[in-house]
Design a protein around this ligand. Structure first.
Ligand code: ATP
Ligand code: GLA
Ligand code: MG
Length: 543
């Protein structure tokens, strides 16, 4: 996939916070981004943010945001816009919180937060271009001690998660008055990580505002490193009540145009760009339009899966005499910890999967009482450790199926990455390219089957879309993100991609949602390209 991005040159310098927008001449060479510069870039031109094909529509959207900002806050300068994108996960589903590698990429759709810094009212004002998200105001003086009520599903909690993240990075920071307008274009609950894009953009906006308001700073740039932003956003997003992993924030912040990202969580967080060796294929995202509301269904879906995989790891360690496992983020041991402990004893992944089958021989699953017996702990201890901060509801834990999915999915990521890094021509055989795409696709299809049958995170509409995708020319297709609704990602030949999109419009959208508008369909299904991660934009907000 080619890089159709322009370069810009200059330096992001400001004299005072209020003068920031007017006087800054920000800079960025796109190559600096690709070189994985440690700080979140400060950019002056949208052509450094979006691909040439996305640029015209984005210019119109940014102009409209700037206009809305002026109408909303007529007396205030727009100091900067913080931006963080959504992501699509190509392979490696529900394994990040077990600390196995995943392979997402940042997408064009993003969350923008337009900010005025420098007012004197002591308020954090949050407005949203989507009228569903009603305006909220907080006193900045109260933010430090603020507790997020995770029992309510409230959009501003995601911004406040960013506030929490900021204080974990800079405990003595003084958040200045901030007047914000948020514009998100990632469909919510669609498996494309609108939540993390919003949390990362919020944290970035606050860090940049703190820097801009500081009497000691002369520049917008270097407000926060990508690594600090990611690590802090991962932990702080959990304040909204979902015990999520770290894939989404990593993809949103570290995204590199034209590349997927191999994100590793063990032994420490690292994101490595993976280039595509062939220009002949594309990924198509198709939203089922079934909203998967993780906050609402967490106790029976997402948060329950985190408990099942964590407790499965603890039981394996106990039953196989592996000793105590390293604890992830204060929660519990991980299946990665189990695999590493076995590796040190000379047992490979297939051997570990055999152990899983031996230890969890009951296909029907385990009650809490049976779990307590296997772990050698009381039911109360288990409930307090794993099910109190993030409550769950269940009849039986499915340790066997969940653990087998995680281990096999981790192997699929390895295989997929190996294939991606070898050009089709490296492979022998008659039609190398065709075989290459089929190999990649078969891994995606196996992943979907495992998500459906073992991890139970699919749904009727996702299965239908995956089936239609393959029947209409995709090499392979799978659900992406958390599942239980949301989107699929399909691997298709680039020259057939438009035709493929048209087929799904007819076969899925027009049939499932009779009367659906062209605009809605165009939003629901698109050919995607890997894009840039988080950035602060200052200046003219145009190409
Ligand atoms: P997934 O986590 O499966 O990839 P997702 O992140 O879109 O999908 P959730 O984690 O359930 O789904 O987060 C969706 C929630 O994030 C919304 O219900 C809303 O509260 C918040 N949110 C996302 N985008 C915005 C936005 N632009 N404005 C306000 N709130 C938003
Ligand atoms: C959500 C979470 C991620 C990851 C995926 C499933 O998007 O936020 O951490 O677990 O689900 O792969
Ligand atoms: Mg999310």
């Amino acid at each position: 996939m080619s890089r159709a991005y322009a370069s810009t040159t200059s330096t992001a310098t400001i004299t005072t916070a209020a003068a920031a927008a007017a006087s800054s001449t920000p800079t960025l060479e796109i190559d600096a981004i690709l070189d994985a510069a440690p700080y979140v870039p400060v950019i002056s031109s949208l052509s450094s943010v979006y691909s040439a094909s996305a640029l015209p529509a984005q210019e119109r959207r940014w102009a409209s945001l700037v206009e809305s900002f002026k109408n909303l806050y007529p007396a205030e300068d727009l100091t900067f816009i913080a931006r963080s994108p959504g992501r699509v996960n190509l392979i490696g589903e529900h394994i990040d919180y077990s600390l196995f590698d995943v392979l997402p990429m940042a997408i064009t759709q993003d969350v923008l937060i337009a900010v005025h810094v420098g007012g004197t009212d002591g308020k954090l004002v949050l407005n949203n271009t989507d009228p569903h998200f009603v305006s909220r105001t907080f006193n900045v003086a109260d933010l430090k001690d603020l507790e997020i009520d995770a029992t309510v599903h409230e959009w501003s909690n995601y911004f406040l998660a960013g506030v929490k993240g900021l204080f974990s990075l800079l405990p003595s920071a003084e958040i200045p008055s901030m007047h914000c307008l948020i514009d998100g274009r990632i469909p919510t609950g669609a498996g494309l990580s609108s939540s993390s894009a919003f949390v990362c953009a919020s944290l970035l906006a606050i860090a940049t505002a703190v820097k801009a308001a500081s009497p000691y700073s002369t520049t917008f740039a270097n407000a926060v490193t990508k690594s600090d932003l990611v690590q802090s956003a991962i932990v702080s997003e959990r304040h909204v009540g979902v015990n999520s992993g770290g894939m989404d924030q990593s993809a949103s912040v570290f995204g590199v145009p034209g590349h997927a990202l191999r994100v590793q969580f063990y032994p420490q967080l690292k994101a490595s760009p993976v280039a595509f060796q062939s220009d002949d294929f594309a990924f198509v995202i198709a939203n089922t339009l079934v909203v998967a509301d993780k906050h609402v269904t967490g106790p029976i879906h997402y948060n329950l899966r985190v408990v099942e995989t964590t407790v499965a790891a603890e039981i394996l360690a106990k039953q196989c005499g592996l000793g105590p496992l390293p604890i992830r983020d204060g929660f519990g041991g991980t299946l990665r910890g189990v695999v590493e402990a076995f590796k040190a004893r000379g047992v490979d992944m297939t051997g570990v999967m055999d152990k899983v089958k031996q230890v969890f021989s009951k296909q029907e699953g385990y009650t809490l009482a049976e779990t307590a017996e296997l772990l050698g702990q009381t039911e109360l201890e288990i409930t307090q450790k794993y099910m109190t901060r993030f409550p769950v509801r269940f009849e039986r834990f499915q340790f066997r199926a969940r653990a087998l999915h995680v281990l096999d999915e981790a192997r699929r990521v390895e295989r997929f990455c190996e294939l991606l890094t070898h050009a089709p021509a490296d492979q022998c055989g008659e039609d190398a390219e065709e075989k290459y795409l089929q190999d990649l696709a078969s891994i995606m299809t196996a992943s979907h089957k495992s998500c459906r049958a073992l991890f139970d995170c699919s749904c009727e509409e996702l299965d239908e879309l995956v089936g239609l995708a393959v029947a209409n020319g995709a090499y392979g297709s799978r659900l992406t993100g958390a599942g239980w609704g949301g989107a699929t990602v399909s691997l298709v030949r680039k020259d057939k991609a438009d035709e493929f999109v048209q087929c799904l419009k007819e076969e899925y959208y027009s049939k499932r949602y009779p009367g659906i508008s062209q605009d809605k369909m165009n939003d629901a299904i698109c050919i995607t390209e890997p894009g840039l991660g988080s950035a602060v934009v200052v200046g003219s907000y145009s190409g």
